[in-house]
Design a protein around this ligand. Structure first.
Ligand SMILES: Nc1ncnc2c1ncn2[C@@H]1O[C@H](COP(=O)(O)OP(=O)(O)OP(=O)(O)O)[C@@H](O)[C@H]1O
Ligand SMILES: [Mg+2]
Length: 398
């Protein structure tokens, strides 16, 4: 058996690598590798360059590098290469410079990324460039952006146009059960109308969430701030969810400081935030557990905590629960209503107020959602809505 190769052997091999190895490597490179002399005449053009530009090496050898560039960029480019030789270090890497345009033999332009290196050979400068055709990547990115925009446009239109009929069903169903004729209806009919009403309310809530998420992503979430009694807001949100908590066999408690400072926030949006977060705590906790809403205040912010003793969120999924439509374990859990929009909306609301939201959770132990809301200097002074809002007003809000 041969002796093992030592580090010294390897270094010696490295020094004596044959030039054929390098030509071999350049031949199989997918990128264009091009070298030009001091006058910027092409002296090397690998197979990758032939493929990308459509020229044979023999055709462009000795030509000025400009043949590979769109007309309008030629003068500027000549200056760039000269400037690069004079002012910069020896190399600039792929992606370090702005995207450039190449010109194929066919006259077609294409977007490219290039790296360039100055090499001194016998006192003369040679510039070597590696250029990557990124037109396929860019087309894919363009398509993706178009698809995302089309989806968002459609989501906006559909949810907006579905609101009216959903509302009509909801209102009419309510007017039947709660109206003067309601009592006269047979029980089974009244029950069915109640189911219709409930279903219409769910549709309405989902449409609202879809509209909000679309607005959020378009940077159009409305925040109309005014001085708000946060304690009262929390109290109302908790009471609204108490029937659900009791039906699920949960205790629902609050633990708030005797005095909470008035905050300059949007009361409807903060209510929406609380109902999403407390609603989750109730929804994801089994009977016998408890949900606690507490708050601590410091000089800069109010920190809300919604703690539950529920099923928790596995660590691997924790970073994803703020993604829209993400639900941690919908398949293994009993079917529960929801679209995975509550937390992304909650985060949008908190961030629109300049606050932060995060979650600590342990599976089968419980979850705590933290929300900080900054104590705005304008709180309680009746400062103007527009001044304190980072978001454009949108009059179509609910
Ligand atoms: N308190 C919690 N305990 C355990 N899991 C939670 C809790 N809050 C959120 N999650 C997980 O995070 C996922 C995303 O929450 P989110 O509120 O965005 O959606 P959802 O409640 O499923 O639906 P929606 O809020 O649209 O009705 C939930 O599906 C759930 O898996
Ligand atoms: Mg939710």
């Amino acid at each position: 058996m041969k002796d093992a190769i030592t580090a010294a052997d390897r270094a010696a091999m490295n020094r004596t690598l044959p030039p054929e190895l390098f030509s071999g490597l350049l031949a199989i490179a997918a990128d264009a590798v091009i070298a030009v002399d001091d006058e910027q005449r092409i002296i090397f053009f690998n197979e990758g360059a032939e493929r990308i530009f459509g020229w044979a090496a023999a055709e462009v050898g000795g030509e000025f590098l400009e043949v590979l560039l769109p007309l309008r960029h030629r003068a500027a480019h000549r200056g760039h290469v000269r400037g690069f030789g004079a002012a910069h270090g020896r190399a600039r890497l792929m992606g370090e410079r702005q995207q450039i345009s190449g010109l194929r033999k066919s006259g077609e332009e294409f977007p490219a990324e290039a790296a360039i290196q100055r090499i001194e050979v016998e006192g003369r400068n040679i510039y070597a460039a590696v250029l990557r055709d990124i037109s396929a990547r860019q087309r894919a990115e363009d398509l993706l952006h178009q698809a995302i925009k089309a989806r968002d446009d459609m989501m906006g239109i559909v949810s907006h146009d579905l609101r009216n009929p959903a509302n009509a069903v909801k209102m009419l169903a309510r007017s039947i059960t709660e109206g003067p004729d309601g009592r006269a209806l047979p029980d089974d009919v009244r029950e069915r109308v109640a189911v219709i009403q409930q279903a219409a309310e769910q549709i309405d809530a989902l449409i609202q969430d879809l509209l909000d998420i679309t607005r959020l992503e378009a940077g159009r979430l409305v925040v109309s701030r005014r001085a708000v009694d946060l304690g009262a807001l929390i109290g109302r949100s908790v009471e609204a969810l108490r029937p659900l908590a009791e039906a699920g066999g949960l205790t629902l408690t609050t633990s708030l400081p005797a005095v909470l400072p008035p905050l300059h926030v949007d009361p409807d949006r903060i209510t929406q935030l609380l109902s999403n977060v407390i609603g989750n705590a109730v929804k994801f906790s089994p009977a016998g557990g408890g949900v606690t809403v507490s708050a601590v205040v410091d000089a800069a912010a109010v920190e809300l905590r919604v703690h539950d003793t529920g099923e928790g969120i596995p660590p691997a999924q924790l970073s994803k629960v703020f993604d829209r439509f993400y639900q941690a374990s919908p398949k293994t859990q009993a079917p529960r209503h929801g679209a995975g929009l509550g937390l992304p909306i909650a985060r949008g609301i908190v961030e629109a107020h300049g606050g932060r939201i995060w979650i600590e959770s342990a599976p089968n132990v419980g979850t705590t959602v933290y929300v900080t809301l900054p104590r705005d200097a304008a709180a309680g002074t009746g400062g103007s809505d527009r001044d304190s809002s980072r978001h454009v007003q949108d009059n179509s809000r609910r």
